[in-house]
Each structure stands twice: as C-alpha cells, then as structure tokens.
Design a protein around this ligand. Structure first.
Ligand code: GCU
Length: 337
C-alpha cells in the first residue's frame, strides 16, 4: 500500500510541477506580448520560399509583429505543405486555417466573379489592370467572399501568364493543337486552352514539375518568376510570351478568424497587408526581368509572338459572358482607363 501511495504522491507532485510550468509559460507569453495572449495566424500557400510573393508575406509577418509589439504573429507554411490552393481555401472556409494566399484561378469555384481575371486579353495594359485592382472593382472583389466565409486583405502582382512547353515554340494558336497543357483548377483556364486548340489538363502547382518530367503534360503557362522559382525551366525549353491573362494573387483571411480579432488588431493586419502589397509590386518588376534573364541563361528560348491572332481566337469566349455578372464586370473594365 505504501508503495502505491508513494507512486501516487510522486504522480501528484509531477502533475503540480507541470501545471506550474504551463502557467509560467502562458504568463511569459502574456508578458512578452504586453497584452493578452498572442494570436498566431497560420498562412498556407503553394509558392517556393524564393518567390517574390512569399518574400512579401514574410515582410508582412515582420511588420505585423512590429506593429502589434508581438501580439499578432503570422506563421507561413509555403510549398503547398498544407495542401493545394483549393484545399487551403476550403480549410479557410471552415476556419481550420486562418490565412491563405491564392491565385484567383482556383477561387472562381467559390466566387464566380473572380473569373474576370481568367478570361484572356480582358485588360489592355498593365496600367489598366492596376487601375481596376486599386479602384472600385478591386475593392468590391476583395469583399466578395463575405458570404463564403473569407475576406480579401490585399492583391499581389502576379504579372501576365504565358505558355511554356518542353519543346514546341508557340508562335500562333495553331501551335497549341494536340498539346496537353497543364491548367490551374479553373474553368476559364480550361475554356481558354480549348478555345486556342490545346488540350487542358488540370493539375495542382505542386504536381506540375513531375507531371512535366513524366510527360503527363507537354507544357503549362505561368508568369516569369513562377516559371523560374518552380524550376519548370529545367524541363521546358520554349517560353512564348503571349501574355494571355493577368491573374492576380490574393491574400485571404478566414471570416471566423477576422471576427475574433479586435478593431486594433484588424487595423494592424490591414496596414501590414497594404505595405507588403506595395513592396511586392516593386519587387515583382525587378524579379520578372531577372527571371527572364536567368531562364534564358539556363538554355530556354524566349519567343514574343504577335498576340493579335491569340486574341482573335478567344473572342467568342468574351461574347459568351454577355448577360452574366462576369460580362458586366468586363464592360466596366473596358470603361476603365
Ligand atoms: C502563380 C500563382 C500561384 C499559383 C500558380 C499556378 O504562380 O502565383 O498562386 O499556384 O500560378 O499556376 O498554380
């Protein structure tokens, strides 16, 4: 009996010690944050840690920590560690993930208006594209996920997307005939490749390198920094800058997480997001040039096809949105300088 009771009292003692330690740790975190408990916002995304959009989010995390004196932090999981973009959006909706950075491509299935960015040759220029994002249309789209449990914090530049293939230079739409091309999980991307005569194959970004290597697809399309940081250029040697779409990246927060933050915390988050998006636009310009140079040095042939024939081929796709919400947005875009 005495053996049992000494085991029991040793157990109680250890239990007390552990509880004291736990309290000490909580107190410490309260103390260092200077406020109540630290809020940690986990962010999942698909890009590599060398990508300018990842770097912009790292800056945001630093700035948020600074503004909040350590009370609000972000923990970033890159490279699709938490799942594909679609999976991260679903986690966010359920509140199982606080934040995600996604291309608007996969968002179309959740917020139909986002399809505006997937329709090829909708924007006349980069300038007009940014006037749209920074104007009323961009602001409306940031809050358009309200009913779907998510909210946009800021846009990130993701440049223009162009085709790259393992060995076929794409100089005119007919060159896409018979080619299997990876597309994002996006209806408009599927329709665009079909309209141009190729065979669209949806794959997640994380699956693509192996998909190209193993011949599951003959090519894909993306912006220069993503073509470079994903190392797809190691397999694809022909990059045709037809710049068919401008599909931006978007930083999203789960509504349930947002509502748990107090107004001061929300203001810090907005401020840090705004600054990171401004920083990224500048970094994007530099990295686009660097990426093109780097892939060329690695043996990739760059082509600058005449985009007119591509735009003509997808004109019926534009007409198909007449009378829809996306069609109405397209009309407003046309009126934007
Ligand atoms: C871009 C975009 C990513 C996206 C990728 C893709 O790189 O920034 O968010 O995952 O395209 O093609 O899937």
């Amino acid at each position: 009996l005495s053996k049992t009771s000494s085991i029991l009292s040793a157990g109680v003692l250890i239990g007390c010690l552990l509880t004291t330690c736990a309290y000490a740790l909580i107190e410490r975190s309260r103390h260092t944050s200077g406020k109540s408990d630290t809020v940690v916002l986990k962010l999942g995304h698909s890009l590599d840690t060398g990508h300018p959009v990842h770097l912009a989010m790292e800056r945001m995390a630093e700035r948020l920590e600074e503004l909040s004196d350590g009370a609000v932090r972000m923990r970033i999981a890159p490279n699709g560690q938490l799942g594909s973009e679609t999976e991260c959006i679903e986690l966010l909706q359920r509140g199982a993930l606080a934040m995600t950075k996604t291309s608007t491509g996969p968002l179309e299935s959740f917020i139909p208006e986002m399809a505006i960015f997937g329709v090829p040759y909708v924007f006349r220029s980069e300038e007009q594209f940014w006037n749209v994002l920074n104007g009323p249309i961009g602001d409306e789209l940031l809050v358009s996920g309200d009913d779907s449990g998510m909210m946009g914090l800021c846009w990130y530049d993701a440049g223009a997307r162009s085709f790259y293939t393992k060995s076929t230079p794409i100089l005119q739409p007919d060159d896409l005939r018979g080619l299997k091309l990876r597309v994002q999980n996006s209806q408009t991307a599927m329709r665009m490749v079909e309209a141009l005569g190729g065979s669209p194959t949806p794959l997640t970004f994380g699956e693509l390198y192996t998909g190209l290597q193993q011949g599951l697809v003959d090519g894909a399309e993306n912006n220069p920094p993503s073509f470079w940081t994903s190392r797809h250029f190691e397999v694809c040697k022909e990059y045709s800058l037809d710049e068919h779409t401008r599909v931006p990246d978007l930083l999203l927060i789960s509504r349930s997480w947002w509502e748990r933050l107090d107004p001061e915390q929300q203001a810090w988050l907005r401020q840090a997001a705004k600054e990171s998006s401004e920083w990224e636009r500048e970094a994007w310009r530099v990295r686009t040039e660097e990426s093109l140079k780097a892939v060329e040095e690695a043996g990739v042939h760059l082509h600058y096809p005449d985009t007119k024939s591509f735009a003509e081929r997808v004109a019926p796709m534009h007409d198909s949105y007449d009378g829809t919400a996306v069609g109405a947005l397209m009309a407003r875009v046309r009126e934007t300088e």
